[in-house]
Ligand binder design. Structure first.
Ligand SMILES: [Zn+2]
Ligand SMILES: [Zn+2]
Length: 157
């Protein structure tokens, strides 16, 4: 998602804290740090990448705690989880109601985002044609990003 403003990030973090309290889950420093990483990164992070960033901040957090906290982030509605078919999941901050879609590079794993009004308008029309009542959707396009395409050309430039 596009990087959140400081204010938006803080609002999501507060919502997460409230969710923890409402569910009688302790609001620990480690959970807050992890939430901050996901909510401020503007990227689609794997659990492994999140653990690395925690370590860079000098925090050693157990894998079970990391996964549990990620689950809580998704449950509380402040983060989205993606499975791009890479064998692991990725997490990103919830951007709000305006949806964005993803382009996933199958070689380097880079994820780009796009929004397209025409596409967003078409999807309910397609559902309607199938007498289907849509609730939500995700569109993922898999392929090669620009820099991987350039690598493919192998020094032709
Ligand atoms: Zn995204
Ligand atoms: Zn790539």
């Amino acid at each position: 998602m596009a990087t959140l403003s400081r204010h938006e990030g803080e609002a999501l973090l507060e919502r997460f804290r409230r969710h923890l309290r409402d569910h009688r889950q302790p609001v620990t420093r480690q959970r807050e740090l992890l939430a901050e990483i996901v909510l401020s990164s503007g990227e689609h992070l794997s659990a492994e990448a999140i653990i690395r960033r925690l370590e860079e901040k000098g925090e050693k957090v157990g894998t079970a705690t990391v996964y549990r906290t990620l689950e809580l982030l998704v449950q509380s509605g402040v983060a989205r989880v993606h499975d791009f078919g890479e064998g692991y999941r990725r997490y990103e901050a919830m951007a709000g109601p305006d949806d964005h879609e993803h382009l996933v590079c199958v070689r380097c794993g880079r994820v780009e985002e796009f929004t397209n009004e025409r596409l967003e308008r078409m999807l309910p029309v397609i559902a309607d044609e199938h007498h289907f009542q849509p609730q939500r959707h995700r569109v993922e396009i898999f392929g090669l990003c620009q820099s991987c395409q350039r690598l493919d050309l192998g020094g032709l430039t």
